[in-house]
Design a binder for this molecule. Structure first.
Ligand code: PHB
Length: 392
């Protein structure tokens, strides 16, 4: 016989179960992506490019895929890892997102990695470039690049092109350390000499004292890595100190010549040779269409961070098509492994072993084309893997 107390308890249990079910059913209709990027602070240009590109992709492809509505929840972490961690936690626990994405700097990607593992959600790194990031969680994949990919190639290029003495200037945190290591290994193995090695802080760097020393040391070139957003300030100080007239050319990974800023750097940027994964001048039809659509929507040129965002959201769409809309972390990351597609940057894929991006690296020179500054690609290295992983 049922007592009154039992009936009440059963009713409560039933309501809880139903509430739980309807919650789950609702969650299944929508695939949520928590987009954590710096929209303010020194790295804001990265966040803006990624946010713009994700919105553009969704305008072009609609906001439903495999029967699911795609919802992007944008959060500004100002590139401060404590913020990233708190926001990732809130997105996973409260908003029940299926994917976390963005990560404008390496420390932000690191901060979110344990949460992706605990929450079993896919983490798509759209911007940060330190090799080891993808090893921090089995749920991490990347649509940006690694500094190693471009730094080994510019190191070899420098040797082959008669550059013997180089001064280096790198941002003093993980991707800068990777850039320096991979460049230096290749350049010195080929007989080059590093005459000056300077590391500048990530936040508000002052390049001036170093630039004067470099000018006096008279190297053939300076190897520069500063993260996206800082190239304009670097080139301003380079020009003010007269390095453009001293014959010391700028080489490096392409971050310093980000298309987002390049056109405002002035003619002193002309002749800079960098190795990188994207140029707004990449001559494919897909890229021409991408650049035109981005310019039409936002009035500016897309840079490499925009492409990382565009490809990151594409990866979610294509993986969902493959899984028939299943969006749990294990199913989604499995679907992403080995995926291949044509990006505005050229052909790319996700290495099924490492979950890292495999892509072409182009050597480019800044030139004036129709009155505007562009990184004009002149040599292509196909399907480059992250050397930080192949070295192991
Ligand atoms: C990074 O923090 O990993 C990072 C940020 C901006 C870049 C490259 C690397 O341009």
């Amino acid at each position: 016989m049922l007592t009154r107390r039992k009936v009440v308890l059963q009713a409560v249990a039933c309501a809880v179960a139903l509430g739980g079910l309807s919650g789950a059913a609702q969650a299944q209709e929508t695939v949520k992506i928590g987009l954590i990027v710096p929209m303010t602070g020194g790295q804001a240009s990265t966040g803006k490019q990624i946010d713009n590109a994700v919105k553009l992709y969704m305008q072009q492809h609609g906001n439903t895929v495999a029967g699911k509505k795609i919802e992007v929840i944008l959060k500004d972490d100002a590139a401060v890892p404590d913020n990233t961690k708190r926001l990732a936690q809130e997105l996973i626990v409260n908003d029940k997102v299926n994917v976390i994405a963005g990560f404008g700097v390496t420390p932000a990607a690191f901060a979110a990695a344990p949460l992706a593992t605990q929450g079993k959600v896919v983490q798509i790194v759209m911007a940060a470039g330190t090799s080891i990031i993808t090893e921090r969680s089995p749920y991490i994949t990347r649509t940006s690049f690694t500094l190693g990919q471009s730094s080994v190639i510019i190191g070899d290029w420098a040797v082959k092109n008669g550059i013997k003495k180089v001064a280096t200037l790198t941002s003093d945190y993980a991707p800068g350390h990777d850039a320096l290591k991979f460049f230096k290994d290749r350049f010195t193995a080929g007989g080059g000499t590093i005459v000056e090695e300077v590391k500048v802080p990530l936040a508000n760097p002052d390049f001036a004292p170093f630039l004067q020393r470099t000018k006096d040391a008279k190297p053939d070139a300076m190897f520069v890595f500063v993260p996206a957003g800082q190239g304009g300030n670097f080139m301003k100080q380079y020009t003010e100190r007269g390095l453009d007239k001293s014959g010391i050319r700028v080489i490096g990974p392409g971050d310093v010549m980000d298309d987002d800023l390049l056109n405002n750097m002035g003619d002193s940027a002309i002749g800079a040779v960098t190795a990188h994964i994207y140029s707004a001048a990449h001559p494919s039809q897909l890229n021409k269409d991408f650049v035109a659509a981005y310019k039409k929507a936002y009035g500016t040129r897309p840079g490499f961070m925009a492409v990382g965002g565009y490809d990151g959201i594409h990866l979610v769409y294509e993986a969902l098509k493959k899984t028939g809309g299943k969006a749990d972390g294990d199913t989604l990351i499995a679907a992403m492994k080995g995926m291949k597609w044509e990006s505005p940057r050229g052909p790319i894929s996700i290495d099924p072993e490492t979950r890292d991006i495999v892509q072409n690296v182009y050597i480019r020179e800044v030139k004036k084309v129709d009155g505007e500054l562009y990184n004009v690609e002149f040599e292509t290295f196909e399907a480059v893997k992250d050397p930080g992983k192949t070295a192991k």
